[in-house]
Ligand binder design. Sequence first.
Ligand code: GH3
Ligand code: MG
Ligand code: MG
Ligand code: MG
Ligand code: MG
Length: 310
Amino acid sequence: MNNDCPPYPILLAEDDLISRRLCQKILAREGFAVTTVANGREALELFRQRFFPIVLTDWQMPEMEGPELCRAIRDENPNRYVFIVMLTSKGSKGDIISGLEAGADDYITKPAHPAELVARIRTGIRILELERSLKAAVDEIHLMSILDSLTGLYNRGYINERLPQEIRRAHRYVRDLSLVLCDIDHFKKVNDTYGHLVGDVVLKSFARCLAGSIRQEVDWAGRYGGEEFLIVLPETHLHGALVLTERIRRTLESTPIETDNKAIGITSSFGVVCFSPGTCKEAITPEALLQEADNLLYRAKSEGRNRIEA
Ligand code: GH3
Ligand code: MG
Ligand code: MG
Ligand code: MG
Ligand code: MG
């Protein structure tokens, strides 16, 4: 955490005007954005509209007291940490214990000592920063577990997980779902002629071409095997899938892939299938749909490659 503070807005709930002004002033001087309310109920209502990572709350307030506010915030935000500091005038052990038990992280006795208040808030920021970096690490690990490391497309594991969901959704909402299975033609020759590393460059470039050809957010593509890729097109009928596939086929055919010192022309063969729940009542299995695509791909290969079969 740097010292010139903070993207951490603070919610301050305090019914006593003088104490409220004092705390607000101390924190504002440190650069914090402070929103003030006069009781726990108002605090909770505001919190429900807008998340605050830091809450500074008085113990005794009309309508809703500090401990009750703490408990509600904790219960309603199980997946996001809120750093809660309780203000207490009594400073009695019993108060402090019940505040901490209600979910407060820390407490401060009134009147708030400026340096102490700021120091305690900074303690909270250390926790919030830690939470943030842990979440980023978890996100990254998750991403690594579903993406293919060479091409950045989804990996086989993710395809196996997501495809059944797509089929179920297509079936439930009676929407067409199309799949395109692609296999680079004579890819072994690329490796044999230029080496495996150049082969990798070609695979990456091929994957980029696929990813760049589909609708963001809706369509998705994965690496099904070595030089085999799957494109999944929800809400897309066979004709739409064929138009897209033909565009990809032509782009590949007419755009040699640039590698370090040479441009390599490649083509691909395609098997295109469509699950159309409007015309068949049973949901098809992912295996059967993929098998169908694979059979068509095989036919595209045997009929001369650089072709689409549907
Ligand atoms: P076809 O037109 O019938 O598909 O011929 P092909 O040569 O593309 O097919 P084949 O299945 O004979 O060869 C696929 C090659 O893809 C063999 C394998 O070494 C290569 N390959 C698979 N994964 C990778 C990879 O990650 N990097 C590289 N460079 N090559 C790979
Ligand atoms: Mg009070
Ligand atoms: Mg093969
Ligand atoms: Mg191939
Ligand atoms: Mg292959």
